[in-house]
Design a protein around this ligand. Structure first.
Ligand code: 26Y
Length: 786
């Protein structure tokens, strides 16, 4: 194919000539895509052959979400031809950046959990480990957010348009999924759904490994329908299975379609795994590891049992032994409302045989507990089926050999509180694996300017071993490195401004502090606290003619689940306050607000590198880990945050003098929750500023008089401020003052920023994946010989 710029230009020109010599960028973009595809395919086939020959153990990462982001740029990077292609295109009169913008973003995830899955695939391939993703090929990913008159509007978007260069339909590997039916004693009247895999190459960074992300599409089966079933209805219901991602990441919906998606993905993936095993199914745990990303694929446990019992003819004990040595489970949340619980009737109707198996797993586990004379309440907590409800987290723990949380604090909370009883029962299963992010997308690709500076300073070894970023420690006090870093940061801020201004905003001060809060909108993430604080700054600037703080631009970005009214009202409130502040000629010199519409992976790539301050202000104990915090840190932003999730470990790495930590600790929050001793109204009564702020908020004055803030009112008053926004407000505001002080000392700020980059290597997902591999999956590296 091509290995130099000249070869690339020649090849592209030749192909364009064959294509009638058309020169439009769209056509060149498509031709480039086809060329890359061919190059990847060769390596992909070679990797598969190596895996087959070596009979190496394969990992399958089961996830209902893979938030992979745009592929063109990342794939060129991984293949080591990004610069060749960028420069070659430029010489031919095209822009790679424009090409990248043409690609629709595959938003096949909601947020953290889906993006984590994508980072993990990147690390697996880069580390040359045989690990693959299994998910759903949703026709539409997460909705596009449009802000109209300050309100979030949701626009459904279909991402599958020009994907043929990034995926291969594998009709030959299609399988059939049984839904519904009646048991008497065999399953009859099944409604079969055909599952067709579309494979995407996951290219390891210049290592010759190409793994697979397999996304399943639902299609009508050619098998006969049960007599009672209407064909049209069946067609519509089938297409719906892979039509759309559920846009909710915190409140379980309990909808039958969601359960169908989960079962569809798990059954299809398991069937093909079993079909393509190199040796006897009795060696399953030596050949395969399956990681389930939260409980969304937990139905894989009884489904694997079903396949082993009914299709492979094993007996219960043997099947259970194999299942519980193959599957491991990661928990990502402790929020009660996000814990999956399925109605028994729903399961019994949709997947009768699977439900029968869940009942048997539950019966056997309960018998074991009874033998141990387990106390009534402990017994209830550990029941898989309780009162007509199937608790998926309990099923996931009982059916896995390893269970993990995603940051140390989160794992401790699982062990000591959320899953205390299960931890006591299975102490050996529990472990922590602190999340990570791929430094290839979030540093090297997103911030080439910083990457170059780092390379000039400490060489290139850190690219393969990101922990070596700590060689930058010796530059913390180095004036010329500090200057160079400032220049890089300024460049990234200018680029972000140019991007945002395209979208209509033109008042951003490029020399202001960029304070950025980007993540899904949720009560516990406390965007409300941020905007209330900004309003208080506005008040102060208006009232106190001596208060003229250093200019700051506050960026927000994030989507609210469509039915989450509180979160939507916070978005509206931010936009109304933004409007007021940005129009005020006095105030806007000091503070400015930018709401970035439709925050997604591509926006993230522009925003993390431009940030000075990383807002990580969740109520302590509520954010399992966070991964945005790591992306900011790696790009030299300083954390303003609570001791929650992985923030705790970030502070451990950089030292508390290099972060701005405020607010109640998780222990204090949990005590207040347990003893119900918090009184939000007392906090308001004791603080004049809060009293005035909330009074005006509740009168609707902050939100334009007429806007509805009923859900915000309900949350802060009727529900007694469950996320401690008011309680933490003062210490948050005080810490903002410290941030200002530090920023006004440029040397101090540079030191903090460099220290953050230097300590960020441990948060590369390469570290996380190596730990999973060593301690859970036991994979071996399969090196390419070329
Ligand atoms: C069941 C359904 C409503 C549901 C769908 C998606 C529930 C949860 C989710 C997604 C959860 C999620 O993204 N959790 C985040 O996972 C990240 C990766 O581990 C963590 O960093 C982050 O703290 C956590 O909120």
């Amino acid at each position: 194919m091509f290995y130099s710029k000249e070869e690339f230009k020649e090849e592209l020109t030749k192909r364009l000539a064959q294509d009638d010599g058309k020169k439009e960028p769209r056509i060149a973009y498509a031709v480039l895509g086809a060329m890359v595809k061919e190059m990847v395919e060769e390596e992909w086939i070679r990797t598969k052959e190596r895996y087959e020959k070596s009979e190496a153990k394969q990992l399958y990462y089961f996830s209902i979400e893979f938030l992979i982001g745009r592929l063109l740029g990342q794939n060129l990077h991984s293949m080591g031809i990004f610069t060749i292609v960028r420069e070659g295109l430029e010489e031919l009169g095209y822009s790679l950046e424009d090409f990248e913008e043409m690609e629709p973003e595959p938003g096949l995830g909601n947020g953290g959990l889906g993006r984590l899955a994508a980072c993990f695939l990147d690390s697996l391939a880069a580390l040359q480990l045989p690990g693959h993703g299994c998910g759903i090929r949703y026709k539409g990913g997460l909705f596009t957010q449009q802000i109209e008159n300050g309100f979030q509007m949701e626009i459904p978007t279909d991402w599958i348009k020009e994907t043929e260069n990034w995926e291969v339909r594998r009709e030959d590997l299609a399988v059939e999924i049984p839904f519904y039916g009646r048991l008497h004693p065999h399953l009859t009247d099944i409604e079969w759904v055909k599952a067709v895999p579309y494979d995407m190459p996951i290219i390891g960074a210049s290592g010759g490994t190409v793994n697979t992300l397999r996304l399943w599409q639902a299609e009508v089966s050619e098998r006969p329908l049960p007599a009672h079933k209407d064909f049209e209805e069946y067609t519509v219901e089938t297409a719906a299975i892979s039509d759309r991602l559920y846009p909710n990441d915190s409140l379980v919906s309990g909808k039958i379609l969601r359960l169908k998606q989960q079962y569809f993905m798990c059954s299809a993936s398991l069937q093909i795994i079993l079909k393509t095993l190199p040796s006897s199914v009795r060696q399953l745990p030596d050949q395969v590891a399956i990681q389930i990303n939260d409980t969304h694929p937990a139905i894989a446990i009884p489904e694997l049992m079903r396949l082993l019992l009914d299709e492979e003819g094993l007996d219960w004990d043997e099947a259970w032994n194999l299942t519980t040595r193959t599957i491991s489970y990661t928990n990502h949340t402790i929020l009660g409302e996000a814990m999956e619980k399925w109605d028994s009737h729903l399961l019994a109707t949709l997947v009768p045989r699977v439900y029968e198996i869940i009942q048997e797993i539950d019966r056997r586990f309960k018998a074991q507990l009874q033998e141990q004379h387990c106390k009534e309440e402990v017994f209830k907590k550990m029941s898989i089926i309780d009162n007509g409800i199937v608790k998926m987290a309990v099923l996931a723990v009982v059916g896995s050999y390893k269970v993990n949380g995603v940051a140390q604090l989160h794992t401790d909370i699982l062990k000591n509180r959320e899953m205390k009883e299960l931890y006591k029962q299975f102490p050996e299963k529990f472990h922590n694996k602190t999340n990570g992010i791929t430094h290839r997308r979030w540093l090297i690709k997103a911030n080439p300017e910083l990457t170059n500076l780092i390379k000039e300073s400490i060489g290139e070894e850190w690219i393969k071993k990101p922990i070596l970023l700590n060689d930058l420690d010796k530059f913390v006090g180095n004036p010329s490195f500090q200057e160079a870093l400032k220049t890089v940061k300024q460049t990234k801020k200018n680029q972000l401004i140019a991007h945002v201004e395209k979208a209509g905003d033109s008042l951003i001060d490029p020399h202001s502090i960029f304070d950025i809060h980007i993540k899904r909108f949720h009560g516990y993430k406390r965007q409300l606290m941020n905007i209330l604080h900004i309003q208080s700054l506005y008040d102060r600037i208006k009232e106190d003619s001596t208060y003229r703080p250093y200019p700051r631009t506050f960026f927000f970005g994030g989507k609210a689940a469509p039915g989450y009214e509180f979160a939507k009202q916070v978005i509206k409130l931010i936009n109304v306050v933004a409007d007021k502040i940005n129009k005020d000629p006095l105030v806007r010199k000091h503070i400015h607000i930018v709401f970035v519409e439709n925050y997604n992976v591509s926006h993230g790539e522009r925003m993390f590198p431009a940030a000075d301050v990383s807002e990580q202000i969740s109520t302590a104990s509520k954010e399992a880990s966070g991964t945005g915090n790591m992306k900011f840190m790696m790009n030299g932003a300083v954390t303003l945050g609570t001791l929650d999730g992985a923030n705790v470990e970030i502070v451990e790495q950089v030292g508390k003098e290099n972060a701005f930590i405020f607010g109640l600790h998780s222990q204090q929050i949990m005590q207040l929750e347990k003893h119900k001793t918090y009184r939000a109204q007392e906090v308001i009564a004791q603080n004049q500023e809060l009293e005035s702020l909330t009074a005006r908020l509740f009168r609707g004055e902050l939100s334009n008089g007429s806007e509805n803030i009923s859900f915000i009112h309900k949350q802060l008053v009727d529900l007694n401020d469950p996320y401690f926004v008011l309680k933490d407000f003062n210490s948050y505001a005080a810490m903002h003052e410290k941030v200002l002080g530090a920023y006004e000392d440029p040397q101090l700020w540079s030191r903090m920023s460099i220290k953050n980059i230097a300590e960020s290597g441990v948060f590369s997902s390469d570290r996380t994946i190596q730990q999973y591999s060593d301690e859970v999956w036991h994979l071996e590296k399969i090196l390419s010989t070329s």
